[in-house]
Design a binder for this molecule. Sequence first.
Ligand code: UDP
Length: 249
Amino acid sequence: MNIKVGKLIYSGKAKDVYETDQSDKVVVKFRDDITAGDGEKKDCLDLKGYYNSIISSKLFEVLEEEGIKTQYIELLASGEMLSHKLEMIPLEVITRNIAAGSLLKKFPFEDKQVFETPIIQMDYKNDEFHDPMLNDDISIALNLATKEELDEIREITLKINSTLKKFLESKGITLVDFKIEFGYDKDKNIVLGDEISPDTCRYWDIETCDTLDKDLFRQGECGVMDAYKKVSSMILDPEDMERFGFKEM
Ligand code: UDP
């Protein structure tokens, strides 16, 4: 698609969003910056933006095939995703299939406990308040969404979870948990935005149980980019690798 990139309209911890010459489309640039612990731990890892852009693109395509609306249009140059422009809802929607991470610090679950019914948790995306956990009444009182919208978000999220879990399992990856964000498109539909990458999910190798995500960075391990590259090579078909210009570095 012939598109002209305009000015920067949003800069987050790991992505920048640019306007384009088409008012309903933006370009999302995935950067190499990586942060953890409420932004306290920071680094820049070569190729991270590239791997996250191709992993997110593939997973958005898998979801689109199941009829789930996403912001994704196409991957342009390396690390740049042409997307529908969304008005983002400041909710971090976290789905948990297995107990890990902050859940274990807050509640007496057993480490690696498997949830037969996935847990959906919504946090308020607000750095000043350190992303506190919400309930429906607080979300509604803060005007973040209506009850009907919260129910719709939960319904779409469960479908996203079952689709991703099945797809990733077929590629040898256990989907432990993940965070997604939604926004409204120009017709006020609720659409999946942001990214689905090893920065925002916990992925374990089914065979070895090795961690293949940002937990490696959180824990100060080496080989973070090797893990992101491994996820890319596990989920992409040869045809995807060609389309996305997969770099085996
Ligand atoms: N997550 C995220 N951004 C956040 C908080 C969580 O992408 O600001 C993801 C995280 O990578 C994990 C899931 O959501 O896959 C659950 O995270 P958790 O609440 O366990 O927090 P953490 O232990 O990562 O601080």
